[in-house]
Design a protein around this ligand. Structure first.
Ligand code: IYR
Length: 224
């Protein structure tokens, strides 16, 4: 069992012209993804969220241990609890804990301590990272590259939600430990990694001009 391999049968080779076209189309679709801060309260079926979480779970991870857990929350009371706790932290953050440089960096985004989206978005997905685990439910092995792995899964999740036709917002209140309690997770093994709000954008949703500026290829890439 330990070193069994299967032939790769699901790889699809595209002609290079088509490959370029696919890459260009994917880029165009990526550029339509924006962080959404005004959500509609319109409901989204759980089935859609489940498929997107399964897509997130397909991300590569250290030793394929899949060191993540997703808590998908639609319960209004739990969302309200998260909003109350997050806003209390954000008040302290914007009142000075962030420091001037950080607050200056956030000015073009126009964010503040009020987090309506935490109750308006139909779903909040709290993502937890796990120190120990393994591929089997009962495994208790060391996990490797936990942050890299969970970061990748979050990227996959955001793209899956966007691809399905939903808006997202990544939210990282600081500290996030209250999420462990609210979501009743094991504080010894798991750490909250990120909170992702998702749903339909509100009809009047806006995107800060600052968020539309993307670096050019020359700024982000060199070829050797
Ligand atoms: N967590 C705060 C502050 C914030 C920090 C960064 I870095 C952002 O890119 C955006 C916001 C908030 O959500 O307002």
């Amino acid at each position: 069992m330990s070193e069994q391999h299967f032939p790769l049968t699901d790889f699809i080779e595209y002609p290079q012209q088509q490959m370029l076209q696919r890459a260009q189309q994917y880029l165009a679709d990526c550029r339509r993804r924006h962080s959404i801060r005004q959500f509609s309260t319109k409901t989204v079926p759980q089935e859609i969220i489940e498929q997107c979480i399964l897509a997130a779970g397909s991300a590569p991870s250290g030793a394929n241990h899949q060191p993540w857990h997703f808590v998908a929350i639609s319960d209004a009371k739990v969302k309200a609890q998260i909003r109350t706790e997050a806003e209390a932290l954000e008040h302290a953050f914007y009142a000075g804990r962030a420091g001037d440089e950080w607050l200056d960096a956030l000015k073009p985004l126009g964010t503040n301590a009020k987090k309506e989206y935490l109750t308006e978005a139909p779903w909040l997905i709290a993502v937890f990272s796990q120190k120990r685990g393994g591929i089997e439910q009962t495994d208790d092995k060391t996990n490797y590259y936990v942050h890299e792995s969970v970061g990748l899964a979050c990227g996959f999740l955001i793209q899956a939600l966007h691809h399905a036709g939903l808006g997202t917002l990544t939210h990282t209140p600081k500290p996030m430990s209250f999420l462990t309690k609210v979501c009743q997770r094991d504080a010894d093994n798991e750490r909250p990694f990120m909170l992702i709000g998702t749903g339909y954008p509100a009809d009047n949703a806006t995107i800060p001009a600052h968020a539309l500026k993307k670096k050019a290829l020359e700024q982000i890439c060199s070829f050797v």
